[in-house]
Structures are given as C-alpha cells and as structure tokens.
Design a protein around this ligand. Structure first.
Ligand code: SAJ
Length: 429
C-alpha cells in the first residue's frame, strides 16, 4: 500500500454534528463521505426526518447527491437527541440581540446537551460564527455542567478539547467551497487544533492553518466585515451617482480596470445571516475603535429606505400605479429570504404606499411568507405575469431568470433597478 496515502487517510471517528442547517448538513454529509461515522442532530423533527430520507430541506446545488451518497454508505444517520461520540461539531445559529451583541443561547444550550453526553476526552469543534472568546465560553459551560471532566489539559488523554473552526462557505457554492476553501482552526490547546486538523483533512483539500481560538474567531468576523465595508463603499457610490446622474455600474466597471482597485457591487442593501450580522460582533467587542466597521453597517442598512423612496417617487407619477417586484431572496439564485433587503423593502412599501397591488416574481419559492400573504395586496406570480400587469418594475435580486428580460418586456414602465440588471438589456428576438 502507498505509505503516503495511508498516512493521509484519517482514522474514522464517530462524529456528532449539532444543527442540520446550511452549514451543519453539508459538513455532516462531507464528513460521512470522507470516511467518518456521523450522526446529524437537530431539534426540528421535520428536518431530522427529511434528512434521514435523503431530502435536503433547502436549495443548495450538489448537496442532495452528497447526502444520498453519505446515507447509502451507511455512515450518516440523524437524531433529535445527542448520542455519545468522539467528536462534536456545533453548527447552531448565532444571531444578534437588540444591542448588537451576539446571542450565544443556542451555543450554550447545545454545549450543555453535548456535555451531558460526554465521557471525557472528546473534541468539541465550534463552527458557528462567534465573537472573540466564545470557544473559551463553551469550555467554561462544559466545566460548569460537567465538573467531573478535565478540560484543556494537554497532558491528559481524558481531558475535553475545544477548537473554533469557522465555516467560510458561500451559499450557492457550498459543496465546492467546503472541499476547496482554506480552513482556520483555532485551538484552546495546540493538541486540540492538531486533532481537529486530522478531521477536516478527510474532506478538505485546501490548506488548513492552525492558530489560537480567539484569532480564529476574529479572522472569520474580519473576512465578512471586509466584504461589508467594500459593499458599503459601492452602496455609498450608488447614492452619490444618483445625485450626479452617473451610471454607478459603468463607473465601478471602469474604476475596477485599475490593477489595484476591486470595488464590489451596489444593491438594495446587504442581506443574509452572515455579512449583515458578523461585523456587529466586532463593534460590540471594541466599540471605541470600530467606527469604520459600524459606519459600513449603517450605510448598508440605510439602502432599503433609499429604494423605498425611489418607489414612492415613481408611484406619485402614475395615475394607477401597479408594481412588479423582481426577487425576494437575499441574493441571486437562492431561495433564502432570511434578512433579505428585498423582503424589507416590500414590507416597508406596503406601509408607505397604501392601496397598491404588488406582483412579486421570485422563481425560487413557491409560497410567500405568511405576513405578506395576509396583506392581501401581494401576489406571487411568474416573472412574465408580473411584468405584464405592472407599470413600475422594482428589481431587487439579480437572479439568472431576470437576466432574460428584454427591452420589449419593459417598454413604457418606470424602472427602479437596484442591482443594475437592466444595464445590458437586449431587444426580444
Ligand atoms: N452583496 C452586494 N454586493 C456585492 C456582493 C454581495 O450587495 O458585491 C450582497 C448580497 O446581495 C447579499 C449580501 O451582500 O445580500 C451577502 O452576500 P455575499 O454573497 O457577499 O455573502 P454571503 O452572506 O452569502 O456569504 C458570506 C461569505 N463571506 C465572504 O465572502 C467573506 C461566505 O464565504 C461566508 O461563509 C458566509 O458569509 C458566512 O457564512 O459567514
């Protein structure tokens, strides 16, 4: 046998992944295909049942196939309770509270449940995005819940070990990036980080760098803040360009021809559960020195109000205004409406422009959220129907389907194009 291959092949471990969402489920499936015996745990019975049947409860390219492979290999099962294991991966949500500090209640609850199942010597990997100090917090919860277990003792094989290994995958490209992205593992001890590295090597071909837990926690937040600040720059440019009557997309394209300039794209605001959230964890950790990061958040959070104002202006100019909304997801080609600026814009518009019908085209969902249905003025329709019925078109998401719209489809309508999708319109053939 090839000695090098033998050394690279990890020893199979029994791994429990807590949380079967956008990160936990792909990680559980990748670990199972990578050779480990995995139990995916979620509180939600419907999720657990659906995953056990091989059904992915959300849209993510290629995940279905990897899940089917993991199940057919007999290496991925599901449960609503936490069984004993060698390794635990926590992939639970970390939203923020009203004061923008992190809500670690899901992390704490999962830690207590895992601690109850431990026998000593297990490795706990925190994947959820967290503020600096959260991995130490998890270790402290373990010490409190299980004072009988040793924690973080490099010299004891029965000591509990803790690391942070932040997820870095982009929704829509998760199954590619989970294998190829570089990973950072921050350990409370060096041996914990080295042990976690051997686990990730089973499915990750990207470089794996080891550091301390706090640096790993901060690295994740910094990555998303970098993107948020850059998008805020683009969004601020979009406001300035509106005043100066300049096409912001052409402006950015031209500026980006410079070899050291790379401005991101403006939009209706920044959505999702990561970039719109994580920078606040840095601000909460050091409010005095984080002015730029806070301002970027505020610039991006103000963008939906600007789009609503554009809509109000357009409505005033029409005798009988009828509005088409193109897109509700938080970004292109996904079905995820969480923290979506498009949803926020529609909700605000319903308040400020009473009595008007809204035809929503969102090709990635089959039903509207309840509160929008209850309004009675919002209808989910095909893109062609929304365009046909309306005289004001508000483009909020750059889904591929909307790129097929032609100049003829939009003739005579007022356009509010927050994503620049009508820049390269072609006549119908
Ligand atoms: N957006 C813009 N302009 C752009 C790019 C994005 O307005 O030029 C908007 C999108 O429309 C969306 C939001 O920003 O509303 C976020 O989208 P995104 O594609 O930038 O990022 P996410 O939230 O889907 O995923 C990010 C990624 N982080 C980075 O690229 C640094 C991903 O790698 C992380 O794993 C993920 O956050 C996470 O889970 O933290």
């Amino acid at each position: 046998m090839n000695v090098e291959m033998e050394e690279r092949t990890p020893r199979p471990e029994k791994i429990v992944v807590v949380g079967l969402g956008y990160i936990g489920l792909p990680t559980a499936a990748a670990l199972a295909v990578g050779g480990h015996v995995v139990v995916g745990v979620d509180l939600n019975e419907a999720t657990v049942e659906s995953v056990a049947r091989g059904q992915v409860p959300f849209v993510e390219p290629d995940l279905q196939e990897t899940l089917a492979q993991a199940i057919s290999l007999g290496r991925l099962t599901t449960s609503t309770t936490i069984p004993p294991a060698d390794v635990y991966i926590l992939a639970v949500p970390t939203p923020y509270l009203e004061d923008h500090t992190a809500d670690l209640s899901y992390v704490e609850a999962a830690s207590r449940q895992v601690a109850a199942a431990c026998r000593g010597g297990e490795l706990v990997i925190l994947e959820s995005t967290c503020p600096p100090g959260a991995t130490q917090f998890v270790a402290d919860v373990f010490s409190e819940t299980r004072p009988d277990l040793a924690v973080n003792n490099e010299n004891s094989s029965s000591a509990m070990q803790f690391v942070h290994c932040p997820e870095r995958v982009l929704p829509g490209r998760i199954m590619i990036e989970i294998k190829t992205n570089a990973r950072i593992i921050g350990g409370l001890t060096t041996s914990a980080a080295e042990r976690a590295k051997r686990i990730y090597e089973s499915f990750c071909s990207g470089p794996i760098r080891l550091t301390d837990a706090k640096t790993a926690e901060m690295a994740k937040l910094v990555e998303n803040s970098f993107r948020d600040v850059n998008i805020a720059f683009a969004n601020e440019l979009s406001l300035i360009c509106e005043t100066l009557k300049i096409n912001v997309w052409e402006l950015i394209e031209l500026a980006n021809q410079h070899p050291r300039v790379n401005i991101l794209q403006p939009g209706p605001g920044v959505g999702g559960h990561c970039i719109a959230v994580d920078p606040w964890f840095i601000v909460a950790s050091d409010p005095i020195n984080s002015n730029l990061i806070r301002t970027a958040r505020e610039v991006n959070d103000r963008k939906p109000a600007f789009v609503v104002q554009q809509l109000m202006n357009a409505v005033e100019e029409k005798a009988v205004p009828v509005v088409a909304i193109l897109g509700l997801a938080f970004k292109a080609n996904i079905d995820d409406l969480r923290e979506s600026p498009a949803v926020e814009i529609l909700r605000r518009a319903l308040d400020v422009v009473p009595g008007i019908e809204f035809y929503v085209a969102e090709p990635h969902i089959s039903t509207l959220p309840h509160d929008l249905v209850n309004e009675g003025r919002v209808e989910l329709v095909e893109t062609a129907v929304a365009l046909d019925k309306s005289n004001i078109v508000v483009a909020l998401v750059d889904h591929d389907e909307f790129q097929m719209i032609s100049t003829d489809d939009l003739s005579g309508k007022t356009l509010i194009d927050s994503k620049g999708i009508f820049n390269n319109l072609v006549p119908a053939v």
